[in-house]
Design a protein around this ligand. Sequence first.
Ligand SMILES: [Zn+2]
Length: 156
Amino acid sequence: MRRNILVYPDPFLARKAAPVTAVDDRVRTLIRDMFETMYAAEGVGLAAPQVGVGKRVIVVDVTPVDETIAPMALVNPEIVDRKGSVLGEEGCLSVPGVQGEVPRAETVVVRGLDEQGNPVHLQAEGILSRALQHEIDHLDGVLFIDRIPSAAATAK
Ligand SMILES: [Zn+2]
């Protein structure tokens, strides 16, 4: 089921999301809905708070940019290491019509759980690294426009 995407400045987007205590069918339904919603909106990532759910769940599918990277869902994702710094253009389904150059770590190591509740530990670079940092920011109520001077964000 497609869900409604909240749009800035909806105050819910600024709230910190709560950890998932059990990866159950309810969480898996949320993940399925998030993928469906993201694909319908032609995004490459989506975080649960963007569909009004205050849980630490993200989905990422960067295959439009790099088809070698499989789509993934992460529950309670956490950045445990970051290296380097790189600027890159970002947009967000919750901030339609705006793009901006955002500084991010070049590579990140992320830990979390998959949709079965199994531990995941991955190192990411390039578009996947950027997407993961963007989506994990959403779980802390941070939008990409919070990370750039407002003058640098331009309407498409
Ligand atoms: Zn976003």
